[in-house]
Design a protein around this ligand. Sequence first.
Ligand SMILES: Nc1nc2c([nH]c(=O)n2[C@@H]2O[C@H](COP(=O)(O)OP(=O)(O)OP(=O)(O)O)[C@@H](O)[C@H]2O)c(=O)[nH]1
Length: 153
Amino acid sequence: MKEPIRKLNGQRALDTAKPLRHVVAAMILRGSGAEREVFICQRRPDQPMGLKWEFPGGKIEPGETPKEALARELSEELGIVAEIGDHITTVRHTYRNGGTIEIQFFAVTEFSGDLDNRIFQEMLWSPLERLPDYDFLAADLTLIRDLAEGKIL
Ligand SMILES: Nc1nc2c([nH]c(=O)n2[C@@H]2O[C@H](COP(=O)(O)OP(=O)(O)OP(=O)(O)O)[C@@H](O)[C@H]2O)c(=O)[nH]1
């Protein structure tokens, strides 16, 4: 009698598990050395996790490569045509209610068009060491610290 019950419980656990969400985000960089800055964006108050800061990007749609997805998101969100550069790091994070996301970060140093705010509350260039001053999404916090301490880039 015990075996079927264990199977049923296992199936139920699988049915309720939220799938891993695949996200891409850009570190748009300018300047070099101590002058280096990265472009960051603040979510609108009406969005989930409103007013938190993030790197521009979003979910990978079916059939897209990560770089294609990021180029599309940067076009939609900022109106730029970006050349997606090196992969910097991948972060996994489980939000309390939203399941687990995996974010692939890519460097962007070349783009055409002017940065145009199409969806954000605010957006700005920040020196790397000033990043911890902004209230970033929880998934980004280790990366923010590493960037500020010069451990990445
Ligand atoms: N773009 C971006 N998303 C991030 C970062 N950090 C982080 O946790 N995320 C999360 O990754 C997901 C990005 O997908 P999205 O931009 O399509 O998010 P969304 O939920 O606002 O859009 P939706 O309305 O289509 O669901 C969001 O859940 C967002 O909170 C980041 O630095 N940049």
